[in-house]
Design a binder for this molecule. Structure first.
Ligand SMILES: *Cc1c(COP(=O)(O)O)cnc(C)c1O
Length: 447
């Protein structure tokens, strides 16, 4: 601690942090000595490099663990990579409202306590073109499903098709959430086929809810049957039982314009007569992590007064980001929402950028090739919901595909790629254009 080089570091980092770094470095050298990894020459080397090692340890200890990465996988809503990147407008609104006081729960007109959910309820009504719906927001869609089941069906039965008892990543399982909510799962039909008659037969005086769940990350094909949404709506109306749909991804625009056929939007479900729709804020909507419940005002009001809602509520940062994202939809500024922008790039646009990156690689050890492929929507969209893209296929002399991918992950910023059949594949659909140069730079450095 008294060595001049170490004392110098104490000015910038303080005693505690420095002492801890010194202990870590010394412990490592002791371990190397006792396990015979260091001969006397190695020990001399380690001791002469002490201050550099302490400096390195300090750097490791004081950098953020959560950091920005370049997503070159082509999976737009990549759950492991933070799902939807936020729009500039969302960040600006967060900065403006979160670094000062705000009217989060204050009614400016009346000068009295207000409700935090008013900030987005009005916008959802406009974006969903559904005047007669209310919307509340909780921490994520798993929480939204829990809140809805607990409010509408605690102690009663919820009817779900066996083909829809899904598990989403991160151990969200419909039967488990159902059990936690206090509702009783009433499974009907079979894995591949469930008809409207199955729902009808299962309804008793204990039935509180009909639940339809978007299959999200898997598909069933072949000899299959699923009750149509219209049939479910009719049955629910006839029997006076609410119908809830867990849409998961929950697009707010018609994705057919992008060539994606199988993702129904929140607007379609509400228009069809579904009473409650639940969906994520950071999937197809392209906003912050949140779970959104839209639907019949009387049912939403019951959820709002459930004490679980207080426990699952979101903070002002989320409201700010959500409000700004919804305003972009309202103004038709879809390109301002990064995930929607990414969905709209054409294969040709992406190919041109990849050509430009390839042209910047000035080392013959790296071989590049442009091939056709698919970008994935991800985030609980059907696996067959893909967008045609161009891929930059890479190989580097002296490195396997796994080694090259590991080198790219170690770059600053880290670059995450796809590996397919022994090749490293880059899809620039999910790379922000201002990150292209960093990819070329990293490849040249690795080569
Ligand atoms: C993603 C998803 C969820 C979970 O949503 P989170 O926002 O990740 O909590 C629940 N249901 C379905 C159908 C989903 O696709």
């Amino acid at each position: 601690m008294r060595a001049p080089a170490i004392v110098a570091l104490s000015h910038s980092h303080g005693h505690e942090l420095l002492a801890s770094a010194v202990r870590t470095v010394l412990a490592k050298i002791r371990h190397e000595i006792t396990s015979g990894l260091l001969d006397s020459q190695g020990l001399d080397l380690a001791l002469s490099g002490l201050s550099a090692a302490v400096e390195g340890e300090l750097r490791r200890a004081t950098t953020h663990s959560l950091r920005a990465v370049i997503n070159a996988t082509g999976v737009i809503l990549h759950t492991n990579l933070g799902r939807a990147p936020l729009s500039q407008a969302a960040i600006d609104h967060i900065r403006e409202t979160a670094t000062r006081y705000s009217n989060l729960e204050f009614d400016l007109a009346a000068g009295v306590r207000g409700k935090r959910d008013v900030h987005v309820d009005r916008l959802f009504r406009q974006v969903l073109s559904a005047e007669k719906t209310s919307t509340i927001v909780v921490n994520n869609n798993a929480a939204a499903v829990l809140l809805a089941l607990n409010t509408l069906a605690e102690g009663g039965e919820v009817i779900v098709s066996r083909g829809e008892l899904v598990e989403i990543g991160g151990s969200f399982r419909i039967p488990d959430v159902m059990a936690k909510s206090g509702a009783i799962l009433r499974e009907i039909g079979t894995t591949n086929r469930t008809r409207i008659a199955d729902y009808e037969k299962a309804i008793t005086e204990r039935t509180r809810l009909l639940l339809r769940v978007h299959r999200s990350n898997f598909e069933i094909s072949g000899f299959t049957e699923q009750a149509a949404l219209d049939e479910l709506v009719d049955l629910a109306r006839q029997r006076g039982i609410p119908l809830m749909e867990d849409l998961g991804s929950g697009a707010l625009i018609d994705l057919r314009s992008l060539g994606i056929e199988r993702e129904s939007s929140v607007i379609e479900s509400l228009a069809a007569g579904v009473d409650i729709v639940t969906y994520s804020g950071d999937k197809m909507l392209g906003g912050p992590q949140a779970g959104i419940l839209s639907g019949r005002p009387d049912l939403i009001a019951r959820m709002r007064s459930n004490s679980l809602f207080r426990a699952l509520r979101v903070d002002k940062l989320t409201y700010a980001a959500l409000e700004a994202t919804l305003l972009a939809y309202l103004k038709g500024e879809h390109n301002a929402v990064p995930t929607l922008r990414m969905m709209r790039y054409t294969k040709e646009e992406i190919g041109l950028r990849e050509q430009a990156v390839a042209a910047k690689i000035g080392n013959s050890r790296i071989k590049t090739e442009l091939i056709d492929g698919d970008s994935l929507l991800g985030g609980g969209a059907a696996p067959s919901s893909v967008l045609p893209t161009r891929l930059l296929s890479l190989s580097c002399e002296g490195f396997s595909a796994d080694e090259l991918a590991a080198q790219l992950r170690r770059s600053d910023p880290p670059i995450i790629v796809r590996i397919d059949e022994g090749r490293v594949l880059l899809d620039l659909r999910t790379v922000f254009p201002d990150q292209d140069a960093a990819i070329a730079y990293a490849l040249n450095r690795i080569a």
